[in-house]
Design a protein around this ligand. Structure first.
Ligand code: BEZ
Ligand code: FE
Length: 293
């Protein structure tokens, strides 16, 4: 007997099957599979919600506004994916690591390609604003061997919570960004400023949605790393300040326990004297473990 959905007759009960059957001729098998899974779950969700036509129209308007907010430097759909936990879920699925390896987290919208490479120990803070911080550690493989020549791309917000690209003309270009290479013993070191929590861009529809859901837009203080070495999987990650007030409620779900760093306040004159700073500073010591390809 021919089934309803094979004849193309649509009902509340068979809705997802009718759509899936219509997609049977897709040339790209992966596309067909993914679209049909999506349709199955979206239809199930709409049935569970008993969505009204008014609510569906509001959803369409929200997505339209999200699209209108996008331009060359603002990607509101990625922000939507971030605050819904989708970015972190895709990241988790694509970056399963063996135990002992450093974990990944979201890239975020503020990475800049082709930042100048700096000598080990250089200060990436170009405007002298903020509380001084030194970050150092080693990059190792999963057997504990140091990796030489790892490209370390770091970037952070200033202590007012803005990246240089958000404050063109206020912060110098490349402020609080740098590229470094590990030494033969896998070590790295750079200087910057103690980061502070900041809001993700919240002047668009995603910010309004967060407000309506009773959520704040803040990310806890962190700095970003991309670690790249021949023969190893590239690692995109962050280091977080565990004492930050938003550490347990990151707007984009990027925090993992293994990504917490300890910020020690160094006040001893002999340690200050060898640091390149002229007063107390924050020290973060953090090693990373990369996985061979
Ligand atoms: C960031 O950490 O730079 C970031 C990540 C996701 C959304 C907005 C900002
Ligand atoms: Fe960030």
């Amino acid at each position: 007997m021919i089934k309803d959905y094979e004849q193309g007759y649509f009902s509340e009960q068979n809705s997802a099957e009718v759509v899936a059957a219509r997609n049977a001729g897709a040339k790209d098998e992966r596309l067909r599979e993914c679209v049909n899974i999506l349709v199955k779950h979206v239809h199930a969700a709409i049935k569970e919600m008993e969505l009204t036509q008014e609510e569906w129209f509001k959803t369409i308007l929200f997505l339209t506004e999200t699209g209108h907010m996008c331009n060359d430097w603002r990607q509101e759909f990625i922000l939507l994916s971030d605050v819904m936990g989708v970015s972190m879920l895709v990241d988790a699925i694509n970056n399963r690591k063996p135990s002992g390896a450093s974990e990944s987290t979201v890239l975020g919208p503020f990475h800049v390609a082709e930042v100048p490479e700096l000598p080990m120990g250089a200060n990436i803070c170009l405007d002298g604003k903020g509380e001084p911080m030194m970050v150092r550690g080693r990059i190792l493989d999963t057997s504990g061997n140091p990796i030489e020549g790892v490209k370390i791309d770091v970037w952070q917000a200033n202590d007012e919570g803005f990246y240089d690209v958000q404050q063109k003309g206020i912060q110098p270009d490349y402020n609080l960004r740098g590229v470094f290479r590990t030494a033969a013993d896998g070590s790295y070191c750079f200087r910057g400023v103690k980061p502070k929590y900041y809001p993700i861009p919240d002047d668009g529809p995603v910010g309004k949605l967060l407000g309506a859901l009773g959520r704040h837009p803040y990310r806890p203080a962190h700095f970003h790393y991309i670690l790249q070495a021949d023969g190893f999987e590239t690692l995109i990650t962050h280091i977080f300040d565990p004492d930050d007030p938003y550490i347990n409620s990151d707007a984009v779900f990027g925090v993992k326990e293994s990504l917490m760093a300890k910020f020690q306040l160094i006040e001893k004159p002999d340690q200050i004297a060898t640091s390149g700073f002229d007063g107390p500073y924050h020290l973060v010591e953090h090693d990373f473990v990369l996985v061979r390809e």
